[in-house]
Every structure is written in C-alpha cells, then in structure tokens.
Design a protein around this ligand. Structure first.
Ligand code: AP5
Length: 236
C-alpha cells in the first residue's frame, strides 16, 4: 500500500475545512434571516390589528380615524399594491391586470410587500393597522407564521347594495381603475367567495361592526375595541 505523503494530505484537509466553513456561514446567515422575518415585532407592546370588510365597507375611512387617535402605522395592502404598480418594478408587471379583474394578487407578492413595510417601521411603530389583509384563509396563516400573531380583528359588515352604492359614488373622484360597475361586481364576488373562511379561523379575535351606520357611529364601536387593546399595550 502506498503511504500518504504530508504534502498530499494537507491541501485536501484545507479544502475540506474551507467547504465546511462556507456551509456553516451560509447556515448561520440563513437562520439569522429567518429569525429577523419571524419576530420583527413584540405584539404585547405593538398590537397588530387586521381591518377587514368588503370593498367599500369603510376600511380606509376608519383607518384614518384610528391613526388620528392612536397613532398606529397604517398598511393597506391595496395602497401597497397600487404603489408597486406605479413604481414599474419587475413584480408589478402582472398586478394591474389582476386588480382590474377584481381578483386577488398572489399571496407571496402581498406578503412580501407587507413584510418589507412592517420591518421598515417596526422600530418606531406604536402598533400596526393591516388594512385589507388577509383576504384568503391561507394569507392569515402565512402572516401569523412568518410575521406575528394578530391581536384583534375589526370586521366591517355591510350589504352588497351599500358597498356598490358607495364605490360607485366614489368612482367619480377616486381615479381608481377598479372603481367601475363591472370590476366592482367582480371584487364583490371575490370577497364573498373567501370571506366566511377567513373569518371562521378567528372566532376569539374577531369583532363584527355594523358598517351601515355613520362614520362616527362606526368609530364609536371601533374605540370600544381598541381602547382596552391600547391600554394593555401601554402597560407592558
Ligand atoms: P383595496 O384597495 O384594499 O380595495 P377594497 O378592499 O376593494 O376596498 P376599498 O379601498 O375600495 O374600500 P374601503 O373598505 O377602504 O372603503 P373606503 O373607506 O375607501 O384592494 C384593491 C385590490 O387590490 C383588490 O381588489 C385586489 O385585487 C388587491 N388586493 C388588496 N389586498 C389584497 C390581498 N390581501 N391579497 C390579494 N390581493 C389584494 O370607503 C369607500 C367609500 O365609502 C368612500 O367614498 C367613503 O367616503 C364612503 N364611506 C365610508 N364609510 C362610510 C359610511 N359609514 N357611510 C357612508 N359612506 C361611507
């Protein structure tokens, strides 16, 4: 048998060490990235509020009032998507078509935009208002798995007649490509197809609010839910 010479063994060892080192480094970076994405916020101090309801139910209107009173960070998935479309980015290319059909944008795109926005504001936010998300059962699961558990859910409930009337009323001034009679019908269908399954997942965290009332009456109900949530967060 041929004896191993030292000058043959050492280069092989060095190569092996180098490979092990590179793998260990990549593994460490990957686990750090996971930790960063998984726990960017402590929800006992910064509550997460999901704001749900059909198209035109008043999610955006109530969010404005909530921001004014509680100073939460408002992230509307509709606004984030419209901003992405305007940016002309690579991932924006197919968004316009989907939104004009009143359909849901792929989950990964929406979650990615939300994650980026939450991470960017996590340090100085008092809490997050996530407006228009989740719209599908799987969106809620993905959010809680990769960002943080939701604290409380506000669901604004109104009839399809009311929603249609409001959106058509807004159409003249909104400049939104999806505020037209045909797309409103499709948006309502998409909402009705998914909504019950989304709500059924969170019986303990969900509050239904009658969104047929006036803006101020609805905000009165919203405050009954959020005052204790904010007080609890302030005590932590
Ligand atoms: P998005 O922009 O979220 O639209 P939407 O859910 O259809 O809701 P709106 O923003 O039109 O209405 P709103 O409930 O905020 O009501 P508002 O306060 O404006 O989403 C657009 C698209 O993006 C989706 O169709 C989808 O393609 C995509 N998308 C978004 N999120 C997604 C996700 N998670 N996953 C996949 N795709 C996603 O009020 C409406 C009008 O009513 C206003 O004129 C207002 O002044 C009036 N009003 C409000 N409250 C009252 C009241 N109490 N009484 C009388 N009038 C009122």
């Amino acid at each position: 048998m041929r004896e191993c010479r030292q000058d043959e063994v050492f280069p092989k060892c060095r190569l092996l060490y180098a490979i092990v080192f590179v793998f260990a480094y990549l593994e460490l970076r990957w686990s750090q990235r996971g930790a960063l994405l998984k726990a960017p916020i402590d929800t006992s101090e910064k509550p997460i509020v999901w704001v749900l309801g059909g198209p035109g139910s008043g999610k955006g209107t109530q969010c404005e009032k909530i921001i004014a009173k509680y100073g939460f960070t408002h992230l509307s998935t509709g606004d984030l998507l419209r901003a992405e479309v305007k940016s002309g980015s690579e991932r924006a290319k197919c968004l316009t078509t989907i939104m004009e059909r009143g359909e849901l944008v792929p989950n990964e795109t929406v979650l990615e935009l939300l994650k980026e926005a939450i991470e960017a504001r996590a340090a100085d936010s008092k809490g997050f208002l996530i407006d228009g998300y989740p719209r599908e059962k799987s969106q809620g699961i993905a959010f809680e798995n990769s960002i943080a558990p939701v604290t409380v859910i506000l669901y604004f409930e109104a009839s399809c007649e009311t929603l249609t009337k409001r959106l058509l009323g807004r159409a003249a001034s909104s400049g939104r490509a999806d505020d037209n009679e045909e797309t409103i019908k499709l948006r309502l269908k998409t909402f009705l197809d998914n909504n019950d399954l989304v709500l059924a997942q969170y019986p303990d965290k969900l509050t239904r609010i009658n969104a047929e009332a006036t803006v101020d009456e609805i905000f009165g109900e919203v405050q009954k839910i959020l005052d204790p949530v904010v007080a609890a967060a302030a005590a932590n």
